[in-house]
Design a protein around this ligand. Structure first.
Ligand code: NAG
Ligand code: NAG
Length: 282
């Protein structure tokens, strides 16, 4: 049972071995090729990347002890339904890039609302025993209402807008921030990390038996790192321009490993826009 739980958890959360590689490594050619104007342009384009990562992702929170989540209003967090299987979800930590040094704000959760159609794939507790490579979850959404509102400041703490675009174009650049493990079965990281992904066409995930485009978004890491996800990244929000498109749900081959290049499946927020409104009034 315990092993199974870890396995499933691994699926959902998966993140990266390469997380330690600096984000801003890029091939700019020899320095003599670059004049001052070009440097200014480069700096401007990378403005966001030079902020601390928690300020690039001020909507990201730690949910319970082992999942990510996204602020969608001062009193509501959106995370993954399967997170209820691994963490009590009794509180969240917002507004920080370090979960262990007393920074950030904790808020108790007063109510959890799971999507009525949430379910997990077959044998998810026994993936190893049945040699199942990946275990998907359907309608993998959970809403957590906080006991008291977060003082959103727009810098280290902000609410993500909810996406309502039915289909995104392959190649769109997206990303998420979280505290998931560095390796399969590992412990949560203290420091927030960011994964750079891109949207793939639904067909690219059609080889994964658990994939269904109705409630899922297919993504993969961008070069050169080809980020993915690992245990503890579950529930993290897939963000583009301050909007949440998806919730980290499961990973290709996640039952046995966390590997760069593995496709990451997010629950599609636009597919439950009505449900979110019904529950939260947002
Ligand atoms: C952590 O967050 C604080 C507040 O946003 C920021 O000032 C600091 O630079 C960040 N540190 C790192 C290492 O990202
Ligand atoms: C906590 O750690 C972050 C970076 O890891 C740092 O920026 C921040 O100043 C620290 N805060 C405290 C209260 O030590």
């Amino acid at each position: 049972m315990t092993v199974g739980v870890f396995v499933f958890f691994a699926l959902l959360a998966c993140t990266f071995v390469y997380a330690g590689v600096p984000h801003d490594v890029q091939s700019l050619g020899s320095s003599s090729d670059i004049n001052n104007n070009e440097i200014q342009i480069i700096n401007h384009e990378n403005e966001n990347e030079q902020k601390p990562i928690n300020e690039q992702f001020p909507t990201a929170v730690l949910f319970g002890r082992t999942c990510g989540g996204t602020i969608i209003s001062p009193t509501w967090i959106l995370t993954a339904g399967h997170c209820t299987l691994f963490t009590s979800g009794r509180d969240i930590l917002a507004g920080t890039n370090n979960t262990e040094n007393g920074s950030g704000l904790r808020r108790r959760v007063k109510r959890l609302v799971i999507h009525p159609r949430f379910s997990v794939g077959p044998y998810w507790l026994d993936a190893d025993r049945f040699n199942i490579k990946e275990v998907g979850a359907r309608w993998d959404f959970l809403l957590a209402e906080l006991e008291s509102p977060l003082p959103l400041n727009g810098k280290t703490m902000a609410a993500a807008q909810l996406d309502d675009v039915a289909r995104h174009s392959p190649g769109e650049e997206v990303g998420y921030a979280g505290f998931g493990a560095e390796e399969h079965g590992g412990v949560m990281r203290e420091k927030m990390h960011v994964m750079d992904l891109e949207i793939l066409a639904d067909e690219e995930c059609s080889n994964l038996v658990e994939f269904d485009k109705q409630d899922m978004i297919c993504t993969r890491g961008r070069p050169p790192r080809y980020d993915s996800a690992c245990n503890g990244d579950s529930g993290s929000g897939l963000i583009r321009n301050g909007k949440i498109l998806g919730v980290a749900s499961w990973v290709e081959n996640d039952a046995h490993e966390c590997r760069n290049g593995a496709k990451v499946i997010f629950s599609r927020v636009a597919s439950v826009r009505d449900w979110i409104k019904e529950v939260t009034n947002i």
